[in-house]
Design a binder for this molecule. Structure first.
Ligand code: UTP
Length: 407
């Protein structure tokens, strides 16, 4: 893209201020900024006022595989899972591209030390959980780690320094997710430096397209990987690629398995598994009508009762059919660092603008079938979003201790 083309693109979108410092920049900085303008999708900025893609369909309940059934069929599910893992058909994918702004650390979230009497890093817990399955099945499961350009170098350096917490280096592949621009509440792009538009990771649904752009789909086909367990960095209790979950999903012959927990209360703030226009989907807590909240299934239990915990086992052959452009774009209020009119770098303490994200939960609705698989909340759900309070370092520590983890 030439300077003139970049300027025309910015003018058409009302974003000429991006070139405010252009005259002060070196030739190299100018080239970099023009390149970034060329690569940035400015059409997302129109979405701050809402738009097509936000409408929802008709919801109906989707039954989960409950603990009672899992227990009764434990042996069968476990054997099927171990077989699949041992055949090298299962991979794990750690979503670690987020900014973790709520936690408030400048480091990648996985580097956070939750220990009390000794260091216990979030990455260490996650990798330790996967290592349990590696030992149990005697199989080094391929582990993909998604970072973003904001945290890639630190993540890679940290894990290398810690010797991957015991994981085999040649079974790990890192890749960076794509970025999206960030703007103020009026839709004006923020600048993070005089030669750079503010960007943030484009949401955790970016994993598959970013993986393909990095050429890693070749590993999936080359190694015959048929299932990929995609999970968040911040749930320090979750089991990853655990044989019963893998076995249940494979035997159910669905497009995706989703770990779910029974809701703690009808109005709990958690996305709930359901069908939407007959396809699997997740209804957000604020979209649940009173009627849905009180609806009962054939056994008299609440019909919309299972919340997702961001741990999904995707069937690889169905991923190519998921089109980014059909997925909703979420406009999220966040704290966005920027340079002000004086060229000073500002780190806001309150949300000051919008980021644009596509979410992994919306991938589910693009698939034809899903098995919600119940896990016990106290044993598998300890997300760390905040330093204190709900879903925090404090609450996760309590749950880890209850599960016998020394901190
Ligand atoms: P969160 O929704 O908690 O977002 O991510 P976040 O950016 O990490 O944290 P906050 O909201 O700024 O505090 C859930 C999971 O998805 C990953 C995160 O790393 C976490 O594992 N994620 C999120 C990505 O990999 N990329 C993204 O663009 C966003």
């Amino acid at each position: 893209m030439t300077y003139e083309e970049a300027r025309a693109k910015l003018c058409a979108a009302g974003q000429e201020h991006v070139f405010r410092y252009y005259d002060e920049l070196s030739a190299e900085q100018r080239r970099a900024l023009i390149k970034q303008v060329g690569e940035t999708d400015l059409s997302v900025l129109k979405r701050i006022h809402g738009g097509a893609g936000d409408e929802r369909g008709v919801f109906s309940p989707l039954a989960a595989m409950q603990r009672s059934e899992i227990k009764a069929r434990e042996r069968e599910l476990h054997e099927a899972g171990v077989r699949t893992i041992k055949a090298g058909k299962t991979a794990a994918l750690l979503l670690a591209g987020g900014m973790g702004t709520r936690l408030g650390s400048d480091d990648p979230k996985g580097m956070y030390d939750i220990g009390l009497t000794r260091p216990v890093y979030i990455f260490e817990r996650i990798i330790g959980n996967l290592l349990d399955v590696v030992r149990e099945t005697d199989t080094w499961i391929r582990l993909f780690i998604m970072t973003s350009e904001k945290n890639h170098d630190k993540t890679v350096a940290f894990l290398k320094e810690k010797n991957y917490f015991g994981y085999k280096e040649d079974r790990i592949v890192f890749f960076r997710q794509d970025m999206a621009p960030a703007c103020d509440f009026g839709g004006k792009l923020y600048m993070e430096a005089k030669d750079r538009i503010s960007t943030s990771p484009n949401g955790n649904a970016g994993w598959y397209s970013s993986m393909c752009r990095a050429g890693l789909d070749k590993i999936l086909t080359g190694e015959g990987i048929e299932w990929i367990d995609v999970f968040a960095v911040d749930n320090v209790l979750q089991r990853i690629c655990d044989p019963c979950f893998v076995g249940a999903t494979v035997l159910a012959d669905v497009s995706v398995g989703a770990k779910v927990v029974r809701k703690a209360a009808p109005d709990e703030k958690v996305g709930v598994m359901c069908l939407e226009d007959g396809r699997p989907s997740i209804v957000e807590y604020y979209e649940l009508s009173d009627e849905m909240m009180n609806a009962k299934d054939a056994n008299g239990d609440p019909a919309y009762n299972y919340g997702v915990i961001l741990n999904y086992l995707f069937r690889v052959s169905e991923l190519a059919g998921i089109a980014d452009e059909r997925m909703p774009l979420h406009v999220v209020k966040k704290k966005i660092p920027y340079i002000d009119g004086n060229g000073d770098y500002i780190k806001p303490s309150e949300p000051n603008g919008f980021k644009f994200e596509q979410l992994v939960l919306d991938m589910i609705h693009q698939l034809s079938s899903c098995l919600p698989y119940e896990v016990i909340r106290e044993k598998e759900f300890a997300p760390i979003k905040n330093p204190t309070g709900i879903d925090s370092v404090e609450s996760a520590r309590e749950l880890l201790k209850k599960n016998g983890v020394e901190l």
